[in-house]
Design a protein around this ligand. Structure first.
Ligand code: 16G
Length: 245
């Protein structure tokens, strides 16, 4: 933290420079998740900055969720990176959600092919007994950080060839006039099993969210049944509620 190599007279407000220095420390792992930041007066004395400036830098890190301030015991490096706010009232795709935030979405394939449906898929997709399903299982990432594992099943009448999907499923559905317009979503809490945690790059047993989405065409036909596991530390799901009349 000693100021020689980062504090510059013409590089903007001092608290912004200190904030940047501290958040680099977090990025580089010098300040680890869950650990306390040095006390304000210590940072002030090492850097030669006033305590007011130090406090302002820490408050600004707290506003962005990089540190957590605890009454009476100082500031700690947050145990998670800032969360993605995901609306529960709009029917969007992962690719669209990330693009809207200026993030780059990418996926690694875990499974992509045509299969005999499982009993769950027969029920969820209202399939006839001899039907087959296209399955797409992907590890989805935002700016290269793994966020979720999504397993989508669609009747082969809706998606005859799963290889058509290279990056966005909804884009392919849209192109064939089969973009869903309505969906039901069910969310429940889980602890991540070892293999899932490994894929999502978090500690085994960490909190996750299991999300099931069944989506529909305007005429009521089912389009997709998707079972996903989202990182619990990466998302805030937000719904607007109105007084029931
Ligand atoms: C969302 C959906 C998923 C859908 C996918 C398509 C949830 C919670 N969300 O992630 O059902 O299959 O978007 O995304 O299941 P894509 O068009 O980017 O492939």
């Amino acid at each position: 933290l000693s100021p020689e190599n980062w504090l510059q007279p013409d590089a903007g407000p001092r608290y912004v420079q200190l904030r940047k220095r501290l958040s680099e420390g977090v990025d580089q792992g010098l300040l680890k998740a869950g650990n306390p930041l040095p006390p304000e007066r210590e940072i002030a004395s090492i850097t030669g900055l006033s305590r007011v400036t130090v406090r302002k830098a820490i408050q600004s890190l707290a506003q962005d969720g990089i540190v957590v301030q605890k009454q009476g015991s100082g500031s700690f490096v947050a145990s998670h990176t800032p969360k993605i706010e995901q609306s529960l009232s709009r029917l969007t795709s992962f690719s669209e959600d990330m693009a809207r935030r200026g993030m780059m979405s990418s996926s690694a394939w875990l499974e992509r092919g045509i299969f005999m449906p499982s009993p769950d898929e027969v029920l969820a997709l209202a399939l006839s007994p001899d039907a087959s399903v296209s399955r797409l299982a992907r590890l989805r990432a935002a700016d290269d950080k793994p966020m979720a594992i999504e397993r989508a099943s669609l009747s082969t009448e809706v998606l005859p060839d799963p290889l058509l999907v290279e990056s966005s499923l909804y884009e392919v559905l849209e192109a064939s006039g089969l973009r869903p317009v309505r969906a039901l979503q069910k969310i429940s809490a889980i602890n991540l099993a070892d293999d899932t945690a490994k894929l999502l790059d978090v500690a085994p047993g960490m909190a996750g969210l299991r999300i099931e989405r069944t989506s529909y065409l305007p005429d009521g036909r089912v389009v997709e049944f998707t079972q996903s596991i989202y990182r619990g530390d990466a998302y805030n799901f937000v719904a607007e509620l109105r007084l029931a009349k």
